[in-house]
Design a protein around this ligand. Structure first.
Ligand SMILES: C[S@@+](CC[C@H](N)C(=O)[O-])C[C@H]1O[C@@H](n2cnc3c(N)ncnc32)[C@H](O)[C@@H]1O
Length: 257
């Protein structure tokens, strides 16, 4: 991703520019949980909301789905993905996941990571309703997002404000029960929920997610860009401050009717 100014770039693109490929809060392991629950096979038509750098898209495509559609609002992302991943059964569209123009009841599995958290309440609803609309009966919708725990209203407000300041994105994580309600209100049945610590910028998780070689490269890139270094340490400080109150969540929901 092209970055004009390290001080104002969205946190995820800043980290991507430093070489980070895994940009979701629960890391590779929660992504693997999500993919194994989705059980993608050559008979499945799948849709990914907000593929970003295409990390999960690449893993999902290894399962050789019948078709894959990736939908992201960022044209630059879509152009990069079109060059990186191609095939007759693969499509990438620049669109809002809340209004995909895909045919109703045409897909078996829909998934999206680290993308609902950054939407306001009405946009969150729109996106979840759109997943419901395009899924066939019996289809699954999987999400992997940031969640709040052990918080009260005052602390939630403080966390949102602090996250918005350091990652320069209006992050609005929900409590587990609020994520579940969001899905249930759209008509989904909750099938499985799992959580994981939010260790996105902790050494152990970076190595787990990226491997040693890439981790060294990421650290090197951060060291040689002072403005990026300031941003990354502010993000890590905030994540550590609220370690007890933010975590990652993955939910598998089913369209039963
Ligand atoms: C934090 S990145 C996550 C990317 C990827 N899912 C991952 O976990 O690595 C957020 C992505 O969501 C995309 N995005 C944000 N709002 C969107 C929306 N309403 N519809 C589709 N994509 C959206 C952004 O363009 C960006 O690629």
């Amino acid at each position: 991703m092209k970055i004009k100014d390290y001080t104002t770039a969205p946190g995820h693109w800043l980290l991507a520019r430093m070489g980070k490929r895994v940009l979701r809060p629960g890391g590779r392991s929660l992504t693997q949980f999500l993919l194994s629950e989705l059980a993608i096979s050559p008979a499945t038509d799948i849709v990914e909301f907000a593929p970003g750098l295409g990390f999960t898209a690449s893993l999902a495509l290894k399962q050789q789905p019948q078709s894959y559609v990736g939908i992201d609002t960022d044209k630059e992302v879509i152009n990069m993905l079109k060059q990186k991943l191609h095939g007759t059964h693969i499509r990438f569209l620049t669109a809002n996941a809340g209004a995909t123009v895909l045919e109703a009841e045409s897909k078996d599995k829909v998934f999206g990571e680290a993308m609902l958290t950054m939407q306001n309440d009405s946009r969150k609803k729109e996106i979840v309703q759109e997943a419901y609309r395009i899924l066939k009966k019996g289809g699954l919708y999987a999400i992997h997002e940031l969640a709040l725990r052990d918080t009260d209203e005052k602390l939630e407000k403080e966390i949102r404000k602090q996250l918005a300041t350091v990652i320069q994105v209006n992050a609005r994580p929900l409590r587990q029960e609020e994520w579940e309600t969001l899905l249930k209100d759209a008509g989904f049945m909750i099938r499985k929920v799992t959580t994981n610590e939010m260790y996105l910028l902790e050494k152990k998780r970076i190595v787990e997610d990226e491997g040693w070689l890439r981790s060294i490269r990421i650290v090197f890139n951060i060291m040689i860009h002072p403005n990026a270094r300031k941003r990354v340490s502010a993000m890590r400080k905030t994540f550590r401050t609220y370690q007890k109150n933010i975590h990652a969540i993955a939910i598998i929901a089913e369209k039963t009717e």
